[in-house]
Ligand binder design. Structure first.
Ligand code: ADP
Ligand code: MG
Length: 465
């Protein structure tokens, strides 16, 4: 897919040369064509500039076959070509695009750049569940009516549950509707630093404070994230309250997030508690299993679209993450990212075994890796400075045979593995070899104190892994 997209300009140019297509014809009909998506052998080609079918019909009848051959020639793959218009996309009659969308043009606007908004956090990428439905609805309502109703909007809930995401979504929505709107997102820390800076340097430069006020009071929408960090820092808090009042009186929208409701912001004075509460307060709670699964699917889909990849995880793997991480969407996302990284780096599919191992720090940090014959073999090999490959090889040299026999012994003793299982793990050795090895080590273990200490130290390594 990626390859085809990269080669696409070359394919078109080459077709132009070969068929001697005139510039005007080429520029009008062929050049605008874009790869939209691929599904199996079906390639969807879009003319984004044109929703009427005249141009595409012409391309279809004149160039379709030559184009198909050209694609096969350059990419080595044959496709059925489907020519589509924006209308087909709107009607959902073609598969969803697998090409990453370019960042929308409006995000390059200087107004947008100054807003500190993150274009990734939109309503489209926000999964709605029972835990956040009300918060999402309220946010969308605020985005639609900005300043007119529900002012301020106060979103609260635990860490990693989507407060910041929703806040940006409101900003992005407003900006998308009207790019002249001045939206400003700021974390409480940034706000605090700016205020402290202005105060500290106000003696040498009196205009700093004026500038700061000017900046915050000229916006249409002000978003302050994690307000709990401001409350209690007196000067910052005062500065914020003046700004709040100014904007509120001017009918400008204010959006606040916090890890707790206003009544639990201990040092917040009564006057402001009432002001915070007079708008709309919404809470985001913990997502349930279905929502966690839906978020995982959405994030994977987003990743594939953005990176132009096609990573697929079994439901079993997603289920494993969703049923073990309950408290934070950020952590759920972190687990998914970890597996994506693993699968990309190792160029391998993620199995349950890999997922369990890779996520053990996130999912059960205090639980040691469960003791298996594999683990024993790995640790014994490591202890004696040889490789697992040598352990399972046919080599009979003493420095390998001995660790191999120790591994057999420990597999019997620590996990009571069946002889067959040990034999096949250790390169297909038969019963008698395993019994012989185990007995030999057992005898030595019983008789020789130093050797027993050595084995016990290996056991300790295994147990504490
Ligand atoms: P908070 O501000 O509440 O600590 P964030 O908004 O930073 O949490 O969310 C943490 C991560 O989880 C972000 O990457 C965000 O996109 C994601 N996230 C949270 N809730 C959702 C949701 N409902 N749908 C999609 N992504 C979500
Ligand atoms: Mg946040």
């Amino acid at each position: 897919m990626e390859e085809l997209v990269k080669l696409w300009p070359e394919i078109l140019e080459s077709l132009k040369d070969e068929l001697n297509i005139q510039d005007i014809t080429y520029d009008t009909f062929l050049k605008p064509l874009q790869i939209y998506s691929i599904e199996g052998k079906d390639l969807y080609i879009l003319n984004p500039d044109n929703s009427n079918t005249v141009s595409l019909n012409l391309v279809k009848s004149r160039y379709s076959e030559a184009l198909m051959i050209k694609i096969a020639e350059i990419t080595g793959k044959e496709y059925n070509l489907n020519f589509i218009t924006q209308n087909d996309i709107k009607n959902d009659s073609v598969p969803e695009s697998t090409i990453p969308a370019e960042a929308p043009a409006f995000t390059k606007n200087s107004n947008y750049i100054n807003s500190n908004l993150n274009p990734k956090y939109t309503f489209e990428t926000f999964v709605i569940g029972e835990n956040n439905r009300f918060a999402q609805n309220a946010s969308l309502a605020v985005a639609e009516t900005s300043g007119e109703a529900y002012n301020p909007l106060y979103i609260h809930g635990g860490p990693g549950l989507g407060k910041t995401h929703l806040m940006h979504a409101i900003g992005n929505y407003i900006f998308h509707e009207n790019s002249d709107k001045q939206v400003l997102y700021v974390t409480s820390e940034e706000f605090t630093n700016e205020v402290i800076d202005a105060i500290r340097n106000s003696r040498s430069n009196a205009s700093l404070m004026t500038n700061l006020r000017e900046k915050y009071r000229s916006v249409d929408v002000l978003m302050i994230d994690d307000i709990q960090f401001i409350i209690g820092k007196e000067q910052t808090q005062d500065e914020f309250f003046h700004t709040f009042n100014y904007l509120h009186d001017a009918g400008k929208q204010i959006i606040i997030t916090s890890d707790r409701p206003p009544k639990e912001l201990e040092t917040l004075n009564m006057r402001f508690r009432t002001r915070f509460e007079m708008g709309l307060m919404v809470e985001i709670t913990l997502p349930n299993y279905e929502t966690r699964m839906a978020i995982l699917r959405k994030k994977l889909e987003e990743y594939n679209a953005n990176e132009n990849k096609n990573i697929v995880f079994d439901d079993e793997i997603l289920h494993y993450i969703a049923s073990n991480i309950h408290t934070s969407v950020r952590e759920i996302e972190g687990a998914l990212k970890k597996l994506i990284a693993y699968s990309t780096l190792q160029k391998t599919e993620i199995t349950m075994e890999i997922a369990e191992r890779e996520l053990q720090n996130i999912i059960s940090p205090e639980k040691p890796r469960s003791i298996t014959p594999q683990l024993i073999i790995e640790i014994v090999a490591d202890h004696y400075g040889i490789s697992v490959d040598q352990m399972i090889s046919k080599t009979r040299s003493a420095n390998i045979v001995r660790p191999r026999q120790i591994a057999m012994f420990l597999c019997r003793q620590m996990v009571d593995s069946p002889l067959d299982a040990i034999g096949s793990l250790l390169g297909g050795r038969d019963h008698t070899t395993i019994i012989h090895g185990t007995k030999k080590i057992q005898a030595e273990y019983d008789e020789n104190n130093d050797f027993r200490d050595e084995i016990d130290s290996i056991k300790k390594k295994i147990n504490s892994n």
